[in-house]
Design a protein around this ligand. Sequence first.
Ligand SMILES: [Mn+2]
Length: 335
Amino acid sequence: MTYAKIFYHGNCLDGATSAALATLFVKERYPSASIEYVPLLHGPNFAYDPEWFTADLHMVLDFPYPGRTQGDLIWIDHHSSSFASSELRNTYEELKASEPLYWNPQAPSNAGLMLNILRKDFNLDPGDQWSAIIDWVDMIDSGSFTTPEIAVELLDPAVAFAQLLSSNPELSPDFIKDLSSNPDFDALAKEHTWSRLINRVRQDNWTLLEEVKEIIKIEGGVAYVDLTHRTVDHYNPFMPYYIAPDVKYAVALLRQSNKIKISVGENPWSQLKFHQKIDISALCEQYGGGGHIGVGAVSLLLEEHTRAEEIALKIFNEIKNFLLLHATSSLKHIP
Ligand SMILES: [Mn+2]
């Protein structure tokens, strides 16, 4: 074995952490192998090219199943949307008993799933320090922050690194190499190359937060944020709940470099009862978007700004009306 290629979710801390674990695996198993890192990004036109699979060993991490490949393949993923077609799903079902293909959509992070697999199936223990790393990646990748402060202030290095990588996938190969040799977010954040980058991310974040404070509109427990007067590629959807903890839902209208995005979310700290929750994915599907019950989005072309604003306001009003009917009703009315 002389050549390993590691494919991973390229603008994501979970993808990069998975690739750092993969680096340790390859170095331990095949000390003389050369490693190539290939960050992958989701997009409407994404498809695997068979010509990418030219190495002896391929690892595909935190990204959809590529199907049968040349050379060997280790695939690990935790997304529910891991199969682009039913044919690929069938291929996975057929091969999973005999090949190292791992899929667990319940896992909060891919890196956590992978650490368990390395320990159990590959008899490799990368060391105790990785447990602390996985605690952070689990929290960040599943969006289950204990407080809005952790999600918004970016004071913890892990959260700041996640924000940095989400808009700068080109930094990921260096980050992966550094993390694999020094699995300690706090220590890495103090190294000059990284501290400089992280400080920039934090400064931009505070500037954006002040801007959101200025323009946020709150009515009937719902926040509305229109940032389309400029391009924002790194919006933090938790900001409205940090600014106004009583807000139950937030709708944001965003201009990104390649599209207009309407982001819709439920305040994860508001503790709404089930009957008080609106299904955000169904709401977004009405306008061509999608998501989960608590978070969703609708994407439109840059030139559809007027239509996007109409849709965002409709969603804002629909949630307000829903809350008026359900969120204030007390449980005693339910038999
Ligand atoms: Mn992930």
